[in-house]
Write a protein that binds this ligand. Sequence first.
Ligand SMILES: Nc1ncnc2c1ncn2[C@@H]1O[C@H](COP(=O)(O)OP(=O)(O)OP(=O)(O)O)[C@@H](O)[C@H]1O
Ligand SMILES: [Mg+2]
Length: 404
Amino acid sequence: MGLKNFTRDDSIFANEAVLRDSYRPERLVERDKELSEYQEALRPVINAAPPKNIFLYGQTGVGKTLATRLVLKQLLNDQCRYDDLSIEVINLNCKSASSSYQVSVDLVNQFRNTCSKIPSTGYAGSQVYQMLWNHVDDLDATHLLVVLDEIDSIGNDDDILYELPRANDNEKISDTLVGVIGISNDFTFRDNLSARVKDSLCDEEIHFPPYNANQLRNILERRAEHAFRDGVLSSDSIPLCSAFSAQESGSARQALKLLYKAGDLARTRNDPEIAEDHVRNARDTIEKGKIQEELKSLPTQSQLTLFSLLQLEAEGRAPCKRSEIYQRYQTVADQTNTDIVSDRTIHNRIGQLRLKGFIQHDERNDGIHGGSYYLYRLDIREEIIRSALKKSESRVSDLLYISS
Ligand SMILES: Nc1ncnc2c1ncn2[C@@H]1O[C@H](COP(=O)(O)OP(=O)(O)OP(=O)(O)O)[C@@H](O)[C@H]1O
Ligand SMILES: [Mg+2]
């Protein structure tokens, strides 16, 4: 049949961009409490007092970045009413920075144009800080708010989170009052901050909890008004997307992705309506995609461990003990000409697979004499693992073809 013409007819979407992650809505729905806490924490700034430092945390997709954008936009607008204010904001996503040094270089470069940017190595840390303080002084602003989004990337190297919030107290910067807004979706990051950083960064902590199904439903309904043509959404599609996403993550990002994918499926199949079936299929497709990515990045020994449990599960032998998985693993490793590693190593692999959500375990207790032990089983549907493993282009995928 060859190539078809690209034609511009879309019976499902009115504007699909509204469902993309890059879309910037003008309102944050279902977050009144958090928004008011956020605005309260920033009140000193509008009162021309030194800012509080704010630490925002919550799982992925719960509106932290969007809330920050909207609240700061409002603050920048409202400052016009006061002659004695000149507030500046710097926004930095720290995802690709793995140290405080890199963050400070990136901050310096935010003040510089393309020709005068500094490289990410070569200067002493203290030099970079000095450049930063000079730039801030040159700003001639009354306040500077520095947003460090996804700040957990810097791990334990958290010096910048001490230096920045303390810049005024330590007399590094004189005229501009500096406030830091740190954002993280890694709960352990906050707990592991050094005591001096915790003291200075966390004047105010704002927690963004996961959304429940009702909240997700409201978020999706607002988006759907602009995204879809009239009458294409069946009455159960949004509630189902919301229920699935609330159950799995409470993330608005995930819910939007699911609704978008469901619409995409209806469009591809030329169906007039987005029905329950599209949502279920979309969920499977997304889940498979995610698992495939994860599986690809697993070391061979972990893939073999998972495959061993998959076989046991298919034979009705799971949940099973670790020793049974190890026994099966030895056979499977042998079939694929892979070195057989020790029981202890496979034990570690099982632990990692559990953390990644592939495997779950239940503790059993056989009384005083039997002692306690774990029984393992898959935590993801068999067919999804099977199809993901098939596409993983590893030795395990060869095994699957042999066994099917
Ligand atoms: N309350 C909300 N109302 C409308 N849209 C929302 C809401 N919360 C989240 N979203 C949308 O969900 C997506 C994720 O939100 P956002 O980027 O703010 O999450 P996040 O908490 O910063 O996540 P991460 O930790 O992964 O960075 C965005 O597309 C955003 O527009
Ligand atoms: Mg974010």
